[in-house]
Design a protein around this ligand. Structure first.
Ligand code: 5AD
Ligand code: SF4
Length: 441
């Protein structure tokens, strides 16, 4: 039996692609091992969103340059698509280069690898298919990803994704719902719908749009929490907020990447919305009776970003008061429109802005989280942290809420429990299980 090792970099789409790749390999008789040393086939599912992410895979491959006897190496995902056959030149011990739009041909590529072919590629972006597998290996028995749309038709000036994941393709609502029902029957309660831009989902058969699909998935019996990622503000309609308002199964958490608080920078980024239009979407959610938690992505130091633009982003943080943010220094990427822009922001200035931004947000999160002290929140238990002797819980708002082990606790992982919040930090909450013998009366 052939043994494979896989390491995954990047976003949840990549994590889920790897689950499908693992399912495909296992159904062909391969078995997964924990270290590259124990493997015959070493796979890296790669990310090229920023230069640092891309460099990681080349560092990994370098480790084996002189010592690869008896092993085959494969590069999958976004760096594979972006660099293509150049990878064979940079790392001659690689024999498989496959982008995410070609995963459906993986079984045929494996046959070629097994036959000893040293240059196997899957690099076409010319596909109308999404990657659907008969077997998907999921390690968490309670939470599962479902892809609803692949690729991206936007052209954000900084972004490689349209080049690495190709054009948008939606799955049929029928197959998405069949998968959701099947997962619920298997005992999964927590589902995350995935796509680069889930808001532009459109059923290729019936024309159902995203909010409709979200409503349908929320009605699948057995599911307790349904989330989705990632949204694009331009395509984010009020009907999505209405759907969340109507059904508590749809988690009250939305990730809505803003990238910048300056309309001028947003235009240069080709984001197709203004600061005011973005804020209108935030207002819809602030007005929701469900107290929807918000998170975002921000890039600092996009070419031409002035101190005034940066201040507009800081002011936006104050205005929105996100529950969490992901923030990045702008990184130049191959093929992207922003490469042509002059006026690069120096590295030290980007670092300075990032630190200021993150410190500001830390203060906001501390304040926001402190508001939860004394409240009772329902958590799904994700596991047990031996180091702190606490159960790890997650609220519908996607906040980590940990709580101490009670004297009579059995295995709680996967259960939904009411936890009273006792303490709050910037990144997590600590509480007590209201049903436990240890809870204060
Ligand atoms: N440089 C820095 N950050 C980037 N992102 C995407 N492309 C770049 C880039 N070239 C960020 C965006 C996006 C998140 C996934 O990564 O904020 O929303
Ligand atoms: Fe990285 Fe973007 Fe590719 Fe995800 S889609 S792996 S974030 S480059």
């Amino acid at each position: 039996m052939k043994k494979f090792y896989i390491e995954t970099f990047g976003c949840q789409m990549n994590v889920h692609d790897s689950e499908k790749v693992i399912g495909t390999l296992e159904s062909r008789g391969y078995s997964q091992v924990e270290t590259p040393d124990a493997a015959d086939l070493v796979l890296y599912n790669t990310c090229s969103i920023r230069d640092k992410a891309e460099q990681k895979v080349f560092a990994r491959l370098q480790e084996f340059k002189k010592n690869h006897k008896g092993k085959q190496f494969g590069v999958l995902g976004c760096v594979a698509q972006q660099e293509g056959e150049r990878i064979f030149e940079k790392a001659p011990h690689v024999s498989l280069v496959c982008g995410s739009a070609s995963y459906n041909s993986l079984p045929q590529m494996l046959v070629q690898l097994e036959a000893g072919n040293k240059r196997v590629t899957g690099l076409s972006l010319d596909t109308e298919d999404t990657f659907e597998t008969p077997v998907t290996r999921r390690d968490n028995p309670h939470r599962a990803y479902i892809t609803i749309i692949e690729g991206c038709d936007k052209s954000c000036a900084y972004c490689v994704v349209p080049f690495t994941r190709g054009p948008e393709r939606s799955r049929t609502a029928e197959s998405v719902l069949a998968e959701a029902r099947q997962l619920a029957d298997m005992g999964y309660t927590d589902i995350q719908l995935l796509g680069q831009n889930v808001n532009s989902y459109r059923d290729p058969r019936g024309g159902m749009e995203f909010a409709g699909l979200l409503r349908e998935v929320g009605r699948v019996p057995g599911l307790r929490r349904v989330r989705f990622t990632t949204s694009h503000p331009r395509d984010f309609g009020k009907d999505i907020v209405d759907a969340i308002d109507e059904n508590p199964v749809l988690a009250n958490f939305v990730h809505l990447p803003v990238q910048s608080g300056s309309t001028r920078v947003l235009a240069a980024m080709q984001r197709q919305y203004t600061r005011d239009q973005y804020m209108q979407r935030i207002e819809w959610m602030k007005n929701s009776p469900r107290s929807i938690a918000l998170s975002t992505d921000i890039i600092v130091g996009f070419p031409g970003e002035t101190e005034e633009d940066f201040q507009a982003t800081l002011a936006l943080l104050d205005e929105v008061e996100y529950d969490s943010i992901f923030s990045f220094k702008y990184s130049q990427r191959p093929n992207t429109p922003a490469l042509r822009l002059q006026d690069q922001v120096p590295e030290e200035e980007k670092s300075r802005r990032l630190t200021i931004l993150q410190e500001k947000q830390r203060g906001i999160q501390l304040r926001r989280n402190a508001d939860y002290i004394g409240r009772v929140e329902e958590v799904q238990v994700e596991g047990f942290n031996k180091a702190t002797s606490q159960w790890i819980g997650r609220t519908s708002q996607n906040k980590t809420l940990n709580f101490a082990r009670g004297t009579g606790d059995g295995e709680l992982t996967g259960q939904y429990l009411d936890v009273r919040v006792l303490r709050a930090g910037p990144n997590s909450l600590v509480g007590e299980n209201t049903a436990s013998g240890n809870a204060l009366q």
